[in-house]
Ligand binder design. Structure first.
Ligand code: NAD
Length: 327
């Protein structure tokens, strides 16, 4: 095992990396940063919830290759691979509620294929797990040693349990086959390239505010979220990939705010005159959510840097341009 000091000193890796789900929101930002850092990137995606448009700016770069591939079928990548970042999975509640069986398959069969690739190539493997493994948490904030409070047969169970299984499978490949694995538990992240209709609170609020429609806040809006700007998240993920750490490690912004505050801030940041409406709260919607990021700080020297107002302004600017172009 790598010591904490070794992990901190670990030189930045480069080589050839496979990113599953690389044409999605997070995957596309990862691919961009990896190419910028000198990696050769093979992006695998079936475009179920992502799009080639998300990586269009990388096409033509000789270090970037986009391959249409459903990771639940098989994964075949000729040549050497040094790192596998497994990000393929529907991620927003709207998506995984529409695709419940696919979500379970990509977390189980897809993760098995991605781990098999890492084993075959002798590559390091990193899986995108989620704060949803903590379910509707009974401990707050959530540390990595909290086992969670998940309803396996509730509507969100397909996503939460897929990721919990994926963590178990990843751990089994590490202990049984000696694969060099890492688990990152990602908390709510926002930024450019989120889809306006993906159902997550921030893109929904921005879309509604820019259209002058009422912002639809679930329940009374007192439930909390801790949201991390995508650039901070990518830096944290790549710090974990560069280290020899196995995790799980929480990566997220511990600065917590209510959903109502997020809606009010979106109204202010867009200069919108939209009102706020309150709608029914989804089943098993978590009441509180805040990462304990002590481990990320101690093992990786990572902490978020982008302030909420700054990240929100950048995201609003991107949505404004995107919605104007599509109109
Ligand atoms: P996204 O939907 O934008 O990206 C997922 C990508 O995976 C899409 O491009 C999609 O087409 C692809 N995909 C889905 N099934 C596939 C399959 N069978 N084969 C190949 N590609 C497939 O979602 P995202 O927000 O970018 O999330 C990426 C990963 O990060 C997911 O694993 C998600 O669970 C995890 N995560 C995200 C967040 C967040 O706040 N965005 C939080 C926690 C965890």
């Amino acid at each position: 095992m790598t010591s904490i000091d070794d992990a901190r000193r670990a030189p930045a890796r480069t080589g050839r990396v496979v990113v599953t789900g690389g044409a999605g929101f997070l995957g596309s930002h990862l691919c961009t940063e990896l190419v910028a850092r000198g990696w050769e990137v093979v992006c695998l995606d079936n475009f179920l919830t992502g799009s080639p448009a998300n990586v269009a700016h990388l096409m033509g770069d000789e270090r970037f290759q986009l391959v249409r591939c459903d990771v639940t079928d098989f994964i075949h990548v000729p040549g050497a691979v040094d790192l596998v970042l497994h990000f393929a999975s529907p991620a927003s509640p709207v998506d995984y509620l529409q695709l419940p069986i696919h979500t379970l398959k990509v977390g189980s069969i897809g993760t098995g294929h991605a781990l098999g690739l890492a084993m075959e190539k002798g590559a390091r493997f990193l899986i995108a797990s989620t704060s949803e493994v903590y379910g509707d948490p009974q401990e707050h904030p959530q540390r990595e040693d909290y086992w969670g409070h998940v309803n396996p047969i509730g509507p969100r169970g397909v996503y939460d349990e897929a990721k919990r299984y994926a963590e178990a499978l990843t751990t089994a490949y590490r202990t049984t086959h000696g694969v060099d694995t890492a688990i990152v538990r990602i908390f709510n992240t926002y930024g450019p390239r989120m889809r306006p209709f993906d159902g997550r609170a921030i893109p929904t609020f921005i879309r509604q505010a820019l259209a002058g429609e009422p912002l639809t806040v679930a329940g009374d809006g007192s439930q909390t979220r801790s949201v991390c700007y995508v650039d901070d998240l990518v830096r944290g993920i790549l710090a974990l990939a560069d280290s020899g750490e196995a995790g799980p490690v929480n990566i997220g912004n511990p600065s917590e705010r209510t959903v109502l505050e997020i809606a009010q801030d979106v109204v202010a940041a867009t200069g919108s005159r939209s009102r706020i409406d309150f709608i029914e709260r989804p089943v098993d919607d978590p009441t509180v959510r805040r990462p304990d990021t002590t481990k990320a700080q101690e093992l990786l020297g990572w902490a978020p840097e982008v302030q909420w107002q700054e990240g929100l302004a950048r995201t609003v600017a991107w949505f404004r341009q995107e919605l104007a172009t599509s109109a």
